[in-house]
Design a protein around this ligand. Structure first.
Ligand code: HDE
Length: 738
């Protein structure tokens, strides 16, 4: 098999040829003369990093068979030195991530809004690289932590790279970049013992939050199911900050960026998330990889909320405040283009790990607002790459290279790849025709929008920034009942893990400002009560000399809004494409029924996976064996969207297996669709699942389909339930009384 070792990599849009210097590695492995050394083709021969073919990679060079190793062994030293240096610092936040290549295309020209070429030309397909991530955990932590997810998109446009470095939640914890190190120190594992990994449920996080009222809106999102997505492919994305779009006439408008997944917005439940973390900590990474490998390409629509310059102050909140969102009911999201992820990386480290996103990578037609969080980020991203990627030339790493030509007078530095000929590396110059030359605006030069700015130098925020609760309340009150229940349970869990009682009490006071019922039901699980007239909770995010009055809580001028768009449940569930169904089969199983079910699922893009008592061949009722890729020991229902127990000669045996009982019990508890036929129904009974027609005392469950045979009716009921994602009405019985 030919080995690929190109620095340009087939896996990236090719950079312009004048900058694509070939590596030593390429030259070293391509020589024809190597072919004569072995039977293997020349480009498969083992060499040193300098191209020398290696004769013995099994033994180090020694002075005699039993003698000491020799310093002369340059191959041993090169190999081990390289190995010793394989690690680079992980990202200080968003360390755990997964990436994919794809393309973006705008539906129709947005030239009235922006001059950005990739947004004005529907014929143009722009290559992209996307990296999804969690925030708090280390590089090897679980995908299913309760956390914000990063959603970073690098567009390789003809006018340079544009990075939209967003999250799966539209607001953020803090209003000003100066608080970011504090926030991250609080949420990361505690510094004395480095516990807990990838979790916000600990004292330092909640201590910080409990004295930072501005975090309350984001905390509502973090405690909601948005923080435990079913899949990266089923998350919304948000640019968070207000940006600007600028058209060719120089007209600027404010814009919020959104990504809307075509598979719908879905989450798992917390018990399920914790189990997935044990059973398959790579769940989201695997899910993204497999969907792309199977050609079921994840897609999102790019959405824009556009606000005219004249409407800058039309809202009760400030567009520059990243703890506030613009309700879609006030400014609808226009869907303007489509992102398709269609290629997995060839090498995780070279591409996903070395990808360097920067909010400051913009193209003409896109500009910044004065959001103080955004402004701080403009500094942070290049700075962090200097340490993480080791120097100023990280833009030359293939995944980071622009496809637009790069010409400038920047030179040298650690690991410089580009070889620029000539004497002149300064401008202006006369020896080099004054090139590289500056581009006029009409020739595509980036011109910053000339926003008038005037003011005293102050360390202050606008008054509306001090409304900390209105949008937190809007978010909570816009959730459906099951979503509110999940949010309450998440707060009970997280605050229940906090040891410091003052922190718990302070949080209850904050919750009482958001919604009294919410506060009461959380307080109950903490053994606390909400005071009849809850006192104003503390706010320690005030400067030493600030007037206390200036920093008091303000109430937004906007009327209370319930925004349906904030509820995942209020949204269209999307197709069942790529949903995974576990089918439990034992010897003598109903092969025709299982085939009919698989066919019905495949017709809608979903897939059935056979789970046997063991992996490998399981006999069907007609005597034909099929290979089960999973056994009841190697997988778990938390890794599937729905479960079927097939009829068969040995199907009743499942009911005696504790692992099988757990399998279906979890699926039922997590509100998933279930089906069972014939003797398979016994397993549902063993797990105390109400199989309709079998238990007269309980009403039929809309997401449990049973029948003697795998009839069309059973299949239809099951597929419909799968399409509804989860049957949340099963849940109330599972809750503590509120
Ligand atoms: Fe980041 N953030 N961030 N962030 N961020 C980083 O950059 C930072 C913020 C986001 O897949 C770091 O290359 C500061 C908001 C994503 O590679 C670092 C502030 C949003 C990713 C950094 C913020 C984000 C990062 C760490 C407050 C959503 C992962 C490694 C002013 C809109 C990108 C790196 C990837 C990564 C700093 C706040 C999103 C340290 C100082 C708000 C998706 O530069």
């Amino acid at each position: 098999m030919a080995r690929r070792s190109s620095t340009n990599g087939a896996s990236r849009p090719q950079p312009s040829s004048d900058r694509g210097a070939k590596s030593d590695q390429d030259r070293g492995t391509k020589g024809n003369q190597l072919a004569s050394f072995t039977d293997h083709p020349a480009d498969t021969i083992l060499t040193t990093n300098h191209g020398l073919p290696i004769n013995d990679d099994q033994n180090s060079l020694k002075a005699g068979e039993r003698g000491p190793s020799l310093l002369e062994d340059f191959h041993l030293r090169e190999k081990i030195t390289h190995f010793d240096h394989e690690r680079i610092p992980e990202r200080v936040v968003h360390a755990r991530g997964s990436g994919a290549h794809g393309v973006f295309r705008v539906y129709k020209s947005l030239s009235s809004l922006t001059k950005a070429g990739f947004l004005t030309d529907p014929a143009r397909e722009t290559p992209v690289f996307v990296r999804f991530s969690t925030v708090a955990g280390s590089r090897g932590s679980t995908d299913l932590a309760r956390d914000v997810r990063g959603f970073a998109v690098k567009f390789y446009t003809d006018e340079g790279n544009f990075d939209l470095v967003g999250n799966n939640m539209p607001v953020f914890f803090i209003q000003d970049a100066i608080k970011f190190p504090d926030l991250i120190h609080a949420v990361k594992p505690e510094p004395d013992n480095e516990i807990p990994q990838a979790a916000s449920a600990h004292d330092t996080f909640w201590d910080f939050i409990s004295v930072m009222p501005e975090s309350m809106h984001m905390v509502m999102w973090l405690m909601s199911d948005r923080a435990i997505p079913r899949s990266y492919r089923m998350m919304e994305g948000f640019g968070v900050h207000t940006f600007r779009l600028v058209n060719a006439r120089g007209t600027s408008r404010f814009v919020k960026f959104h990504w809307k997944p075509l598979l719908g917005v879905h989450s798992v439940v917390w018990d399920e998330a914790q189990k997935i973390s044990g059973k398959d900590p790579d769940f989201h990474r695997r899910d993204l990889w497999e969907a792309i490998a199977e050609g079921k390409f994840p897609e999102w629509e790019l959405g824009l909320q556009v606000v005219e310059e004249k409407d800058e102050f039309a809202f009760g909140f400030d567009l520059l405040d990243p703890t506030k969102l613009i309700p879609e009911e006030l400014v609808p999201v226009q869907r303007v283009g489509r992102l398709t992820l269609n290629r997995n990386p060839d090498n995780f480290f070279a591409e996903t790990e070395q990808a360097a996103f920067h909010i400051g990578h913009v193209v003409p037609g896109i500009d910044f607002s004065n959001d103080p969080l955004l402004q701080g980020r403009l500094f942070s991203y290049t700075d962090t790459q200097l340490l993480r990627l080791g120097g100023p030339n990280f833009h030359e790493i293939p995944i980071n290279r622009a496809i637009a030509p790069v010409h400038n007078n920047q030179r040298d530095g650690l690991m410089r790849q580009t070889i620029v000929a000539g004497k002149v590396s300064y401008g202006p110059n006369s020896l080099g025709n004054n090139e590289p030359a500056q581009a006029s605006a009409s020739a595509g030069g980036f011109v910053t929008f000339a926003e008038p700015v005037e003011g005293a130098k102050v360390r202050q925020r606008g008054a509306s920034f001090f409304d900390h609760y209105s949008q937190a309340r809007m978010f909570f009150q816009s959730q459906s009942d099951p979503e509110q229940q999940h949010l309450v349970k998440a707060l009970r869990f997280e605050l229940g893990k906090v040891k410091n009682l003052d922190v718990r009490e302070r949080m209850v006071l904050h919750l009482a400002q958001i919604d009294r019922d919410l506060a009461k039901s959380v307080a109950k699980a903490l053994g606390l009560t909400v005071p009849a007239k809850a006192a104003q909770p503390p706010n320690r995010s005030v400067p030493a000399d600030g007037s206390a009055k200036d920093h008091q809580h303000h109430q937004l001028a906007d009327p209370a809004i319930v925004s349906e768009a904030l509820s995942m449940r209020a949204q269209v569930p999307g197709p069942i494409t790529t949903r995974k169904v576990a089918v439990l089969i034992a010897d003598g199983f109903d092969a025709v029924g299982v085939a009919a079910l698989s066919k019905a699922l495949a017709a809608q893009g979903a897939a059935a996976f056979l789970v046997g008592p063991h992996v490998g061949p399981v006999l069907g009722d007609a005597g034909k064996a099929v290979a089960a890729p999973f056994s009841i020991l190697t997988t778990s229902s938390v890794l599937f969207d729905a479960v079927v127990v097939a009829d068969g000669a040995r199907a009743a045996d499942w009911a005696k297996e504790a692992d099988a009982v757990e399998f279906v019990r979890d699926a039922y508890r997590h509100c998933k669709a279930l089906a069972a036929t014939g003797a398979g129904i016994k397993l549902l009974e063993a797990a105390d699942i109400p199989a309709d027609g079998k238990d007269g005392n309980r009403p039929a469950d809309a997401a449990v389909a049973v029948g003697e045979r795998m009839s069309r009716g059973v299949i239809e009921k099951f597929v419909t339930a799968l399409g509804n994602h989860r049957l949340w009405s099963r849940e109330p019985g599972l809750h503590l009384p509120i």
